[in-house]
Design a protein around this ligand. Structure first.
Ligand SMILES: [Zn+2]
Length: 87
């Protein structure tokens, strides 16, 4: 399993997400989950699938131990909002 080397771990948006205490997603990068959700939101994809196994492991930082489920949902919402404002 590889570790996320992107700048996700310092994203301020992730600070508002709930902590994933002891859940399966706690080692996953919430930033990657957010990006996945955001892309789906932009396309207004109707088949939401988080697929935790596809996410990279998180490093220390903001994204650590944040709920990837909440991150995905937040990303999806923001992506949908952007899809409307872009036209
Ligand atoms: Zn990441």
């Amino acid at each position: 399993m590889s570790t996320c080397n992107q700048h996700h771990r310092h994203w301020p948006v992730l600070e508002s997400l709930p902590h994933d205490q002891g859940g399966y997603g706690r080692h996953k990068c919430a930033g990657c989950a957010y990006e996945l959700g955001y892309k789906a939101g932009l396309l207004r994809d109707e088949r939401l699938h988080i697929n935790l196994d596809s996410l990279l492991e998180s490093q220390a930082g903001t994204a650590r131990h944040r709920s990837p489920h909440a991150a995905f949902a937040k990303g999806y919402y923001d992506g949908v909002a952007s899809s409307y404002s872009g036209s």
